[in-house]
Design a protein around this ligand. Sequence first.
Ligand SMILES: [Zn+2]
Length: 265
Amino acid sequence: MPTVREIEQRLFDIAPKALAFPWDNVGQLLGDPEQEVERVLVALDITEAVADEAIAAGCQLIVAHHPVMNCKWLPVQSVRNDTPQGHLLLKLLRNGVSAICMHTNLDAAEGGVNDCLAEALELIDPGPLDWGEERLCRVGTLKKPMELADFAKFVCRKLGSNGVRFAGKGGLVHRVAVGGGSCIESQDAAIAVGCDTFVTSDIKYHDFLDAEGKGINLIDAGHFPTEDLITYKLTLYLQARFPGLNVKKSASHKEVIQYYVEGEM
Ligand SMILES: [Zn+2]
């Protein structure tokens, strides 16, 4: 059986550590690198439910996209059972579950999060949005231009979102930038390379308000729907790379945000 360290190395083959942002902690974040692994659970996030699922299934390892602790937004100051983060970390450690988190390195990697998103939205010739500091997003064109509202519906259905929010200059959508998760800071780069539409998530009111004046359409398709595609791919990759390993995508982890739409209920 492979060790956690060996699985980490094979994951770095497809998402090299050097691609991670300087503030990001990627790779094995929890557990013993020499632990032998028989069963792996793959999920976008390591939540309490995902931890419970992994323990119930007898997994020794969870492979996730978002870091279970991160110096930027989830620093570990203490590991106490009476805090949500401490409770989760203690549960994983007590049950011998290691964690490997492939975050911004997997966003940027060829075939990673943003290539999956471009593929799901059927972009032709997707390539990196290479402008200034921007390194993560992808740009491509639609085979056939569509009206903004039609494209919003297309995005919603392709990604299995509960709903999408959109605003902007309107008109036909043709050249599209995509950034899974919170990539709104890349919108100026998307505009600079001639995109008419940008699909990402976690977009704020003022960004929507300013979109028309900037000459772009913004579509917020949700953080989970724009990124969870990668977990299918990671599952298949690990199954192919380690034929004896039992690798499953989490069944419990789903989009948490629900939408009430006036007139539809
Ligand atoms: Zn994310």
